[in-house]
Design a protein around this ligand. Structure first.
Ligand SMILES: [Zn+2]
Length: 449
């Protein structure tokens, strides 16, 4: 637990604004409070704080207008914290990221995905200490942006899956899932052995972090590798994958052609038996129909989705981690048309938000879900509450966390409390909407882990 008094230093050198070291009732008076269900302005939040209650140190007693909280019996003995320039929000969820690539930093994209992948392979840390350092860097950036839970992809340097990123993540204070990535296609399908061996001895969780599986993508893992992951999902392992990301992926799946086919040829992975599953005119989502009928995945991107694809995703209750900045960085938004996240939400798909790796973020931007929300607010005028839902409860559901820990629900604990500075110049408008238009990163005020 991060319980910072003035003389203590938080993990990762975070200094939270509201210290809590002993059991007490806290009353936070703020300009507003917002979660996936409501906005209250002005607002007061009454918290029963008890660091000794390890599973739920931040218990919400009430969240309401100040005059309603005045009448709450616990209010009289509460310690007051005045935050008149702040909107209180839950901590945020980054449902798809690659913290082990953080030390590569933001890089330009030259327009060729295969060359970009080659750059990642050359630049990624491969030694355990360097991998762990990159994960810690990414976790520090996440916490600094108000993110407290992640769906983190534990990369497989030189094709070898490893628990090192999961172990490093478990020590950072973040919660969520570390998805062990693997590759297994065509003549390289036997590489499935490596992840199968690792899973036999892998723990199901490490502290607050669960261990999951990530078949990398439809162009690098054959259907057998996906079906194996689906079988493990039935045993409770969280599963994720990159799906329907690029126009090249569409070409490989539908026609067994294009740059991703050339990539498999170049690496001597192509095997004509792959024509049993590729080249039948299917979309990447349709390609995985049998997999989705068996298991619920967290699907990164899904930039490419037809009406029938969305219907399949909704019916089989898949989650989609949309990464808006990554989609623009790779030109997918231009090549494949606008992302259909609003159609997916309307159809009942659980859509959440991810940053993907630091490589596709803008220099100095860190790893910020708030920036992803700002992009969608600015570009699409998406309602702020929908964006906050995607960044909190939807992300939590996608990672198998308790969604109520990402709302201010009386008698439920919250995972973390964050705040954003309220914009002083737009009185009368929804404070969360103006904050999304005009203010910077959330600040983490209190964090339960
Ligand atoms: Zn990714």
């Amino acid at each position: 637990m991060n319980t910072q008094g003035s003389n203590r230093t938080a993990p990762n050198s975070m200094a939270y604004r509201v210290a809590f070291t002993t059991a007490e009732i806290l009353r936070l008076d703020a300009a507003a409070l917002a979660d996936a269900t409501r906005t209250i302005a002005p607002a007061s939040l009454l918290l029963d704080v008890n660091p000794a209650r390890a599973a739920s140190p931040l218990l919400v007693l009430a969240a309401d207008t100040p005059d309603q909280i005045d009448r709450h019996p616990a209010s009289a003995c509460a310690r007051h914290v005045h935050l008149p320039d702040r909107i209180l929000i839950p901590g945020l969820v980054n449902a798809h990221t690659h913290l082990d690539l953080t030390t590569i930093g933001p890089q330009p994209y030259a327009g060729d995905f295969s060359s970009w992948l080659d750059m990642v392979r050359r630049s990624r840390p491969t030694e355990p200490d360097a991998i762990a350092a990159a994960v810690c860097d990414g976790a520090r950036m996440s916490l600094a942006a108000g993110v407290v839970a992640v769906g983190d992809i534990a990369g497989a340097p030189r094709g070898q899956p490893t628990l090192v990123p999961a172990q490093a993540l478990a020590a950072t204070g973040l919660t969520g899932v570390s998805f062990l990535e693997y590759f297994a296609i065509g003549k390289g399908a036997a590489a499935l052995d490596r992840i199968q061996r690792l899973i036999q001895s892998a723990p199901r969780s490490l502290g607050p972090v669960r261990v999951g599986l990530q078949p990398h993508a439809t162009g690098t893992v054959g259907l057998a590798g996906y079906l194996w992951a689906a079988d493990l999902a039935a045993q409770g392992w969280p599963v994720s994958s990159h799906v329907a990301e690029t126009i090249d992926e569409r070409e490989l799946i539908a026609r067994a052609a294009g740059p991703q086919r050339e990539f498999l040829d170049r690496l001597a992975l192509w095997d004509d038996t792959l024509l049993n599953e590729l080249g039948h005119g299917r979309s990447p989502v349709e390609h995985l129909r049998a997999v989705f009928e068996r298991a619920r995945f967290l699907l990164a991107h899904v930039n490419d989705a037809s009406d029938a694809d969305i219907e399949l995703l909704a019916r089989t209750r898949q989650s989609v981690a949309y990464c808006p900045l990554a989609s623009e960085y790779f030109g997918n938004h231009a090549n494949l048309g606008p992302h259909r996240y609003r159609d997916m939400l309307a159809a009942g798909v659980n859509v959440c938000l991810g940053t993907d790796s630091i490589i596709n973020q803008s220099p100095g931007g860190g790893l910020s879900i708030w920036r992803e929300m700002k992009l969608l607010r600015r570009r699409d005028h998406t309602p702020a509450r929908d964006l906050l839902a995607m960044a909190t409860v939807n992300g939590a559901r996608a990672l198998g966390l308790h969604a109520e820990q990402w709302t201010f629900t009386p008698d439920h604990a919250i995972c973390a409390l964050a705040s954003v500075v309220v914009s002083p110049t737009h009185s009368g408008q929804d404070p969360l909407e103006t904050a999304l238009e005009f203010t910077h990163e959330p600040e983490l005020l209190m964090h339960a882990n």
